[in-house]
Ligand binder design. Structure first.
Ligand SMILES: *[C@@H]1O[C@H](CO)[C@@H](O)[C@H](O)[C@H]1NC(C)=O
Length: 157
């Protein structure tokens, strides 16, 4: 193989790596994410920690939903694949020492309109971020919750 062929192969490999996602992941806003339903009808919902373990076994972590276009693309996908379901999904936000952070250690913007109005609240043991549907306004919001969710969103970092 001459140098040109080798260079072309390298370029193609880099491009597919940069643009493509593994086949069971969804490409949104230059990220690769996976929507996992942990609890179908009649099954047990999962805690944030169990959800995070689930992502880790896939070599991923819970998703960072810090940009509205990303939430919009993901929401459109969920609405299409699971129409009229009432699933909610853990994402990678948690409160550590009173500070909301993404699993990537970035601070979460609490003023962002991605949050349900009037959330997150000041006090509480409610320490994990969730993506919840709002059927009235037909959109998805970040919300805070300490308990269980039926699914979770993993992201490849
Ligand atoms: C959102 O998170 C990604 C990944 O952690 C980061 O690269 C990006 O700068 C963040 N964007 C904003 C607006 O916070």
């Amino acid at each position: 193989m001459n140098l040109l062929c080798v260079s072309l192969l390298v370029i193609v490999a880099v491009m597919t790596g940069a643009l493509g996602c593994p086949s069971d992941f969804l490409g949104i806003s230059s990220s690769c994410v996976k929507v996992v339903i942990a609890a179908g009808i009649g099954e047990r919902p999962v805690s944030w920690k169990v959800a995070r373990e689930g992502c880790k076994t896939l070599g991923t972590d819970l998703a960072v939903m810090n940009v509205s276009s990303k939430v919009e693309h993901l929401s459109a996908h969920i609405d299409e694949v699971f129409p009229k379901s009432s699933y909610s999904f853990w994402v990678g936000g948690h409160k550590i020492n009173g500070q909301w952070k993404w699993v990537t250690d970035q601070t979460i913007n609490l003023k962002s309109n991605l949050w349900v109005p009037n959330s997150p609240k000041k006090d509480h043991r409610i320490t994990f971020a969730l993506l919840v549907p709002d059927s009235v306004h037909r959109r998805w919001y970040l919300n805070e919750n300490g308990d269980w969710a039926s699914g979770y969103i993993c992201e490849i970092f």
